[in-house]
Design a protein around this ligand. Structure first.
Ligand code: PDD
Length: 283
């Protein structure tokens, strides 16, 4: 089946779907995005993604190109036209196309692109055996709370992970504390069974999956502390894991080649992971 993309008001075959060469997303990475999971035909935490999209747009002073009701219709229509039952929706809004000049153009219309695609179920071994991460310096800008399409530092970090046969790279700030992965949030479980993740400051993206895990922790009565943790603390932790819309929740069993805990997925991590799957299945 041929794929269809929504581009600035039109549903087009993928091959013909394009934005202008002077779109500011292309020239300046002057735009924001969201990735929403579709499970069993339903959107997972759509409201939280739309809320975060608004926050990102607001921080960049980009006016939403269409209202929320229309956006929700476009998302559903794109899912329908691509026959996505399980997969992802990608939304991108840029400041629009205009002659290249750094300052905001006077009259550009923001560009909205929506795509949807089916995804294969993730390799079950990732959850059963856990994954490896490496640590790298965080070379990104100081507003990582904005879901900006300026992802080149993340791209370089993920590639470095791949070349080290790791799933993800955990980025480390100047104080030696882990901020987050290149496309995932970072978590540890301490020896006294406290779940620890960095507070949503400007150094990390406030993941929607992160918020769903908070709800689970709260509901199940586990202990949570939002604070930064160092690489040394992560390596000495009982358990570690990462979270995102596309990775779900994955146990981290090696950091820079050294085992975390017993080098196997942690007990609490697996409980949270199962509860997270129940959450997405109920969407
Ligand atoms: N990435 N941190 C970063 C830097 C991210 O890019 C993402 C998401 C997350 C997790 O956020 P959420 O739980 O809302 O997916 C954390 C998406 C999936 C991506 O870029 O493909």
């Amino acid at each position: 089946m041929s794929r269809i993309a929504y581009v600035a008001g039109q549903y087009l075959p993928h091959r013909q779907a394009a934005v202008h060469i002077e779109d500011r997303g292309f020239q300046f990475a002057d735009g924001v995005y969201e990735v929403i999971a579709v499970v069993g035909g339903h959107l997972v935490d759509e409201a939280l993604h739309i809320e975060r999209l608004h926050r990102s747009l607001n921080e960049l002073r980009i006016v939403p190109p269409i209202g929320d009701a229309a956006l929700k219709i476009v998302i559903r229509e794109t899912i329908r036209r691509n026959a996505v039952d399980t997969g992802i929706v990608y939304l991108q809004v840029t400041r629009g196309a205009a002659p290249r000049e750094h300052a905001f153009p006077k009259s550009a219309k923001p560009t909205l692109v929506v795509t949807a695609r089916r995804t294969k179920p993730p390799d079950p071994r990732l959850g059963e055996e856990g994954i490896a991460v490496i640590t790298i310096p965080d070379i990104r800008w100081q507003r990582c709370d904005i879901k900006s399409v300026a992802l080149v530092a993340n791209v370089l970090g993920k590639q470095q992970a791949r070349e080290a046969s790791a799933y993800e790279a955990w980025q480390v700030d100047r104080e030696g504390r882990i901020t987050e992965g290149t496309s995932t949030n970072a978590w540890i479980v301490t020896m006294d069974d406290t779940v620890v993740t960095r507070a949503a400051d400007t150094a990390i993206l406030n993941g929607v999956t992160r918020l769903a895990v908070f709800d689970i922790i709260d509901r199940e009565g586990y202990r949570l502390v939002e604070r930064p943790f160092t690489v040394a603390e992560a390596k000495a932790a009982r358990e570690a894991f990462l979270s995102s819309t596309t990775a779900d929740l994955l146990p981290v069993v090696r950091i820079d080649g050294a085992p975390v805990g017993e080098g196997r997925p942690g007990r609490l991590t697996l409980k949270l992971r199962a509860a997270y799957f129940a959450h997405t299945a109920a969407a």
